[in-house]
Write a protein that binds this ligand. Structure first.
Ligand code: NAD
Ligand code: ZN
Length: 360
């Protein structure tokens, strides 16, 4: 038995308004005046003076707004890297990602691809990255994915949706300022928050569970119950707690694995472009047989916040499309093994997955 030797985020600052410290934190990391910091910022913040006035641009630093409407693609990462190389003489001093899981994953992937040859699709998988990434900083503006703490960056490539999992992927610095999440729309808040809740359920009910994962998973699960079921949290408390739940949920799956909802949601996302948070919710809503208590609580939370999930997503799919979706889901073997144990193939057949997808 060999145990995972897991890399962690080297530095983290937490607190309402700590985003103000960004300049102080990164300036010692500037290599020289020609080596810029590249800020990758969710374009939802375009024109938002409250946020932008605190992005410390100097010398040749560059700010690139990026839409989070679609999840990151390998081609998008490669184009960004090329654009950065062509624009600047020197290799950047660092990449700073500001946004949700989409921007955080882009920042991690770009930081890796600036020091590694070839295309990002070559690195989708486990431990394929050869050289350390350049300095990279994550600033989440919505809570739930755990991308701020994870060892992966999930990319959709031509053939697969798979992360670049490596020891060089985690951020060197994370800035956890819950105030940055204040304007997230309710539906999106719920979907991304439920990603965290589902991480906890899948980790705590998985066969890979161990004391390390459990300690983080239980904390995140308790926080999610406070946030999504209790009545007496202020908005600020709720923002603070969800940011910490996301962190702990991410730590919990780091040392175990996700499960059925994530495997099936990857299928939806690959075929239909359904985004991670809402896709997980659509799938999880139909997983009573795998996670009875988790799904029952999820339905309560959904009701409390009056969330109406899309229905009939798979109603008009043809055979080939079902096959593609099932191929993607079933190929994620560690997720199924975590969820159901070594003999998972006895329960999870193509017919079984087809029947589940037909309900969605
Ligand atoms: P997101 O980054 O896709 O953003 C969702 C929406 O919220 C976007 O419209 C965005 O513009 C908006 N938004 C973000 N911050 C906002 C703010 N402060 N105010 C108003 N609107 C705001 O959302 P997400 O759910 O955080 O991330 C999903 C992505 O994360 C997927 O691509 C998924 O694959 C990835 N992911 C990665 C990991 C990992 O470990 N690397 C884990 C889970 C998910
Ligand atoms: Zn997730």
């Amino acid at each position: 038995m060999s145990y995972k030797n897991y890399p962690m985020v080297s530095r983290v600052v937490f607190g309402r308004g700590c985003f103000n410290q960004l300049a102080d934190i990164i300036s010692p990391k500037r290599l020289n005046t020609r080596a810029p910091f590249i800020f990758l910022v969710d374009d939802v913040f375009k024109g938002d003076a409250w946020l932008n006035s605190r992005i410390p641009l100097a010398y040749d630093d560059q700010l690139i707004y990026i839409s989070a409407k679609e999840e990151p693609k390998t081609s998008q990462v490669d184009e960004l890297v090329e654009q950065i190389i062509l624009t600047h003489k020197d290799r950047p001093s660092g990449i700073i990602g500001i946004g949700g899981g989409t921007l955080l994953d882009l920042a991690k992937a770009v930081a890796i691809m600036l020091t590694n040859e070839g295309e990002s699709r070559d690195y989708q998988g486990w431990d394929l990255v050869k050289n350390p990434a350049i300095y990279h900083v994550g600033v989440p503006t919505i809570s739930g994915t755990g991308a701020e703490v994870s060892r992966t960056t999930v990319l959709t490539g031509p053939e697969k949706k798979l992360g670049i999992n490596s020891d060089y992927t985690p951020f060197d610095q994370v800035i956890l300022d819950p105030e940055l999440t204040k304007d997230v729309p309710k539906e999106q808040w719920f979907y991304t928050g439920m990603d965290c809740y589902i991480h906890c359920i899948e980790s705590l009910n998985g066969t890979y569970l161990n004391a390390f994962s459990q300690s983080y998973g239980e904390k995140a699960y308790e926080l999610c119950k406070e946030i999504f079921l209790d009545n007496d949290l202020s908005e600020e408390e709720s923002q603070d707690k969800l940011m910490m739940a996301s962190w702990h949920g991410g730590m919990s799956i780091a040392y175990s694995q996700v499960g059925v909802a994530h495997a099936m949601s990857y299928g939806l996302s690959f075929l239909l472009g359904t985004k991670h948070g809402i896709g997980n919710c659509i799938v999880f809503d139909h997983l009573e047989e795998f996670y009875p208590e988790g799904v029952a609580l999820f339905k309560k939370m959904k009701k409390k916040f009056d969330i109406k999930l899309p229905q009939g997503l798979c109603a008009d799919l043809d055979e080939q499309q079902f096959d593609t979706m099932i191929d993607v889901a079933i190929s994620l073997e560690p997720l199924w093994e975590n969820a159901l144990g070594k003999n998972w193939k006895q329960t999870i057949t193509r017919e079984k997955l087809r029947a589940l997808y037909e309900k969605m």
